[in-house]
Structures are given as structure tokens and as C-alpha cells.
Ligand binder design. Structure first.
Ligand SMILES: Cc1ncc(COP(=O)(O)O)c(C=O)c1O
Length: 449
């Protein structure tokens, strides 16, 4: 027997223990990590079998077949610690944050602000106040467009994006252009799916006020050389927003080393729940920006004559946020940072390389997007088969991929295709998953032969 806090929240990675009474717990009932397994004994730094065991959904069967999940760029699956943290939050801490004196509210506030601190460390933000908790990447981009953009842009100013962008990093800027009279300029990509850096530099001018580009393309997997994009933009006096939605699950991110002005990402792409995201903002910019939305918690005082706003980041967090989701997001950050990320990335790269080789050998398949630096995504078409038809047959074989435009219609137009099949990887995917994909693709071709 051992003495533990009653809430047993420690097992969910949630530290509520200080307030819970001590109780006797049979140690054999506690979850534990497996003892050193063969992979560890052999010095393997990333044991994909053990990682897979953390994701209960991966044992699911679909249409009577084992699930092969190759749709993590769409949304990732959630590991046990994230599920447990959210469950523990609702069982032991559920209350509204920042605004009540009772114990549950204190617990909820601690967990919520704890997740902010974890997010700050995750991207090496200079301080906690530079981390705004949002609904996701889309929300973060809209916040910057409507707050910073409307404050600063004048008719004739320009916003530069790239041809690789997700609709979330196109449409908010188009709306802003309509509101302010600014113009949207688009840096082209080459046939490999890489931003043409010379053409990009040629677009920059003293009129450029905002540059907004993805760190990793969701449609092609291209890793953009963001430092080479940020430097020239700063030299022209523009601020730079990096859309990190597809980068954070794969690459370590350091916003200070990147020297970006804004960095946005979503929890659900990095093994956390949906409905939560992060906007990192350079503190001096966030301070000067007006609120995006009005409501509770974003104010210091309200009278009918005048309202004074709360300090950063709270002035950007109007209303009751997704507290349970933020707690799960904090656990997802803990989960990712508990892994050897270099080894995880090496594993993912090896699976991506294997998948690319297998697809190149597949007679009727054509890879779309062959950038020299890629991560996580393999887009392709199979000659003579509409991607949606292929997706339906793949699903019947247990293989989950995304088919369509991937919210990146300009990329599809650039390659002259209506849609692609996109297999996207998470840390839990294996070469076996790729073998299953190839077997299912053979079935696709048989059906349409
Ligand atoms: C590169 C990129 N940017 C933005 C988004 C939008 O993210 P969310 O829907 O989580 O706001 C996505 C989602 O797929 C994405 O891949």
C-alpha cells in the first residue's frame, strides 16, 4: 500500500494533489509505464510500438479491418494522458476560471494558466503574456488580421502570402484587404512545391506591411525556410505571421530563434483536443493591439461611459474559454515533450521516405509536391481514378486518408488537379501502415481497371 492523494489526478498528469485528502492506494492498481522493453535495451530512442500503445483508438476496427490512420494532418489522434487529463479535470476541477473564490475555480484557473505556461515553454516564448489561448489556428490568424491588421493597414498597403497557404491563411487577409483597401500579393511556388524565394523577395517593398506564410504546407508537406522569409520581410519593416498548424506536431519550434512576430497553431493537430489553439505574439505588438472581441474576462472595468481593457493576453480572451480543452492541450504538450523529439522526427522521416519510394514504384500513382524539405504529408493522384472514389475504397480497406483540395484550392490549381489523395503521418505510423496503404491502392486500381 502507498499513500496517494484521493483524486489520483497525478496519473492524468494533472497536479491537483495539494488539496486532495491522502488515501491508501493499492500500488498494483496504478498505471505504470512498461519496464524497459527490448527496443530500449537495444538503445532505440523511439519505440513506435510503445507510442502506439498510448493511443487507444489505434486498436479500433473499421469495416471489419484494423484501422490504418493516415489522416493526422487533418486531425491527430489523442493519447491516453490527454484523455485522462480531460476526464480528471471534469471529475475534480470543473469550474469557471479567473472569477470565483472557491476551490474548484482555483484549481481550474491553475490548470488553465498551467497550460499557458506549458505552451510558452513549448515554443520558447519570452514570457507567459505573449501566449494567447485561442480556438485554433484559424482563430489566431483572424485575431491578428482584425486586431493588428485593422489597426495598421491603409489603402495601398500590401500583405504577402505564399501559393502554399491553407484557406485559413488566405481568406482572413482577403477580408482585411476588403476592409482596409490593402492588396494581397502571392509569392509563387516552383514545380517541387517550394516557395520561390527570389520571386518572394521581389514582391517585398515599403508597401509590405504583413507577411503570412505556413511553416509546413498541409497540402504538400513542404517545410518552408521561414527564417529566410522572415529576415527580408523585417528588413522592409513588415511583421511576419507564421502558420505553424502543420509544423508543431513534427518540428521543434523556437519563436525567439525564428524571430517571427506572430506564430499560430492548433492543439488538435498535435495530439490535443479540438477547439484550442495558441497565438504567440511579440509582446510589444500584442500590447499595442486593440481587443478582437468584447465580453467577460477581457475587461478591467466597465461603465456605460467607458470600458478599460484587461492586460495582455486576457484582453484577447473574451468569454468563457474551452477550459477542459485547454487542460487536455497542456497534457498534449507534456506528452510531446516527454518524447525524444529528434528520434520521433527521424522515425517519421523514415516512414515518409518509405511511403514516397513505394508510391513512386506504384505504376499509376503520381506524387504531388516533391520539395527537398518535407514532413508528414504525402499527396498523390492515381491516374484514371478520382481521389474521392479512391478514398471510399481505401476506407473500406480500413485505411483513413483525406481526399479533396485540403482547404488549399490554389495549390491544386497550381498542379492542374481537382484534388489529391493525402496520406499524412503522425508519430504512431509505421511502415506497416504504408504497406497496408499500398495493398489498398492495388485494390483501388483493380476496381477501376
Ligand atoms: C497549414 C494549416 N493552417 C491552418 C489550418 C486551420 O487549422 P484549424 O482548422 O485548426 O483552425 C490548418 C488545418 O488543417 C492547416 O493545416
Amino acid at each position: 500500500m502507498t499513500r496517494l492523494r484521493a483524486a489520483r489526478v497525478g496519473e492524468a498528469g494533472v497536479d491537483l494533489s495539494a488539496d486532495a485528502p491522502l488515501v491508501d492506494v493499492d500500488e498494483s492498481s496504478l498505471p505504470r509505464r512498461p519496464v524497459r522493453n527490448s527496443a530500449e535495451r537495444e538503445g532505440v530512442r523511439f519505440d513506435v510500438r510503445r507510442v502506439r500503445a498510448d493511443f487507444p483508438i489505434l486498436t479500433e476496427r473499421v469495416h471489419g479491418k484494423p484501422l490504418v490512420y493516415l489522416d493526422s494532418a487533418n486531425t491527430s489522434q489523442k493519447p491516453e494522458p490527454v484523455l485522462k487529463a480531460m476526464d480528471a479535470y471534469y471529475r475534480h476541477a470543473n469550474a469557471n476560471i479567473h472569477r470565483a473564490t472557491h476551490l474548484l475555480s482555483e484549481r481550474a484557473t491553475q490548470l488553465y494558466e498551467g497550460a499557458r505556461a506549458k505552451a510558452a515553454a513549448f515554443v520558447n516564448a519570452p514570457d507567459l503574456h505573449s501566449i494567447v489561448l485561442t480556438k485554433g489556428t484559424t482563430d489566431g490568424i483572424n485575431l491578428v488580421a482584425q486586431s493588428y491588421g485593422r489597426l495598421t493597414l491603409r489603402p495601398g498597403d500590401e500583405i504577402v502570402i505564399s501559393w502554399l497557404e491553407h484557406h485559413s491563411n488566405i481568406v482572413p487577409w482577403q477580408i482585411l484587404c476588403e476592409q482596409t483597401g490593402a492588396t494581397l500579393r502571392v509569392a509563387p511556388i516552383n514545380d517541387l512545391g517550394e516557395v520561390d524565394l527570389d520571386a518572394y523577395a521581389a514582391l517585398l517593398s515599403p508597401r509590405t506591411k504583413i507577411v503570412a506564410v505556413s511553416h509546413v504546407s498541409n497540402a504538400l508537406g513542404t517545410i518552408n525556410p521561414v527564417r529566410e522569409i522572415i529576415g527580408p520581410a523585417h528588413a522592409r519593416g513588415a511583421v511576419v505571421l507564421i502558420d505553424g498548424a502543420q509544423a508543431v506536431p513534427h518540428l521543434p519550434v523556437d519563436v525567439q530563434a525564428l524571430d517571427c512576430d506572430f506564430y499560430v497553431f492548433s492543439s488538435h493537430k498535435m495530439f490535443g483536443p479540438t477547439g484550442v489553439g495558441v497565438l504567440y505574439g511579440r509582446p510589444s505588438l500584442l500590447d499595442a493591439m486593440p481587443p478582437y472581441q468584447g465580453g467577460g474576462d477581457m475587461i478591467a472595468s466597465v461603465t456605460f461611459e467607458k470600458t478599460c481593457y484587461n492586460v495582455v493576453p486576457y484582453k484577447f480572451e473574451a468569454g468563457t474559454p474551452n477550459i477542459g480543452g485547454v487542460v487536455g492541450f497542456g497534457a498534449a504538450v507534456d506528452y510531446l515533450t516527454s518524447l525524444d523529439r529528434e528520434a520521433a522526427l527521424a522515425h517519421e522521416d523514415a516512414v515518409l521516405e518509405y511511403a514516397t519510394t513505394r508510391l513512386r514504384e506504384f505504376p499509376s500513382a503520381r506524387v504531388i509536391g516533391e520539395a527537398r524539405q518535407k514532413t508528414g504529408v504525402l499527396s498523390f493522384v492515381v491516374e484514371g481514378v478520382h481521389p474521392h472514389d479512391a478514398g471510399t475504397i481505401l476506407d473500406r480497406e480500413g485505411v483513413a486518408v483525406r481526399t479533396g483540395q485540403h482547404c488549399a484550392q490554389p495549390v491544386m490549381d497550381r498542379y492542374g488537379v481537382a484534388a489529391t489523395i493525402r496520406a499524412s503521418l503522425g508519430i504512431y505510423n509505421t511502415r506497416g501502415d504504408i504497406d497496408a496503404l499500398m495493398r489498398a491502392l492495388t485494390r483501388v486500381v483493380e476496381v477501376f481497371a
